[in-house]
Write a protein that binds this ligand. Structure first.
Ligand code: ATP
Ligand code: MG
Length: 287
């Protein structure tokens, strides 16, 4: 399938209305769930094995979305394909006091994966140009107020671009997914959090109050997609009204990223290879 259509890899003028949250790329759910998805999950596991063994590079997956767009389910259904040894999921919640005592990238830097590993960010540094912007949180944070001016978001976009370029230049790929869901679909999902007892635990009042800021959030997303998409750290806008499709599309993109990285199992140096026969005979004589 064509994934380019969902990718933003340069400065642009992203508009939400140009992306259809109900898109399914003409695919059928059954075929995707029974055939295409299992194939991708197996391929992800295989390539991750080589990435881990190679121990040179890593991947940072950034997941951003409005509430109830399906980040948690996506992690559960797609990234469980990966070996837990070599994968870390980090949720970024409201910053703690300690986190607020630092610059906004501090907590993100601490969550970066090691070489050979894959770090999955459930929310990320992008919250600092989203919720922080929509709710004007800088006014109540410890950042010196003389540094908060009209250009702060532009500067943050630049800082984030530089940070992600830095990661790329150090062998860490950054892949960013925005799960794009419609406001109607969100309403349905929040209602089911209320109606279904097994989903009640997921419901928070803030899910409803945040909905009032839907328009502001969409604008903030448009601005960040327009300004932080780069060739080396592109954003993908994932249609998310159909969960099965968003999960499949993410798996498809992730497989392509891994294939493009083409990780290889390290080969034993010739000298060590020549000793293998010796170690075989040692083991065979052992009882
Ligand atoms: P779900 O989709 O299941 O509700 P979630 O990711 O929304 O999962 P929550 O614990 O409900 O998890 O929410 C985390 C909250 O933390 C979000 O409202 C988010 O905006 C907020 N948050 C994350 N980073 C920051 C930040 N830097 N400043 C302020 N709030 C933040
Ligand atoms: Mg929430």
């Amino acid at each position: 399938m064509k994934i380019e259509k969902y990718k933003i890899d340069r400065k642009c003028n992203a508009r939400m209305r140009d992306y259809d949250p109900s898109d399914k790329a003409g695919l059928k759910r059954k075929e995707v769930e029974n055939e295409l998805m299992p194939k991708n999950l197996a391929r992800m596991a295989e390539l991750q094995g080589a990435l881990y063994a190679e121990n040179r590079r890593g991947i940072v997956v950034v997941l951003q979305a409005m509430d109830a767009a399906g980040k948690d389910g996506l992690i559960k259904h797609v990234f469980t394909a990966l070996n837990p040894q070599g994968t870390q999921v980090t949720p970024f919640k409201q910053p703690t006091e300690e986190e607020l005592d630092h610059d906004y990238l501090w907590r993100v830097v601490q969550a970066l994966p090691r070489r050979g590993n894959i770090g999955i960010f459930n929310r990320s540094h992008y919250e600092d140009v989203l919720v922080t912007r929509v709710h004007n949180l800088l006014a109540v944070q410890q950042i010196p107020q003389n540094l908060v001016d009209d250009h702060i978001w532009e500067r943050r976009f630049e800082e984030i671009r530089n940070f992600e370029a830095y990661l790329h230049h150090n062998g860490f790929r950054v892949v960013k997914f925005f799960l794009h869901m419609s406001k109607d679909e969100q309403k349905k999902r929040l209602l089911s959090r209320i109606d279904r007892e097994d989903k009640n635990w997921k419901f928070t009042e803030s899910d409803v109050s945040e909905r009032e800021y839907w328009g502001e959030y969409q604008k903030a997303y448009e601005d960040l997609l327009s300004n932080t998409s780069t060739e080396n750290a592109p954003w993908y806008v994932i249609p998310a009204n159909h969960k099965w499709f968003s999960r499949y599309l993410v798996s498809e993109i992730f497989v392509r990223v891994l294939e493009d990285m083409d990780p290889k199992y390290p080969e034993l140096p010739e000298e060590e290879k020549s000793h293998l026969a010796h170690w075989r005979s040692v083991l065979e004589q052992d009882d």
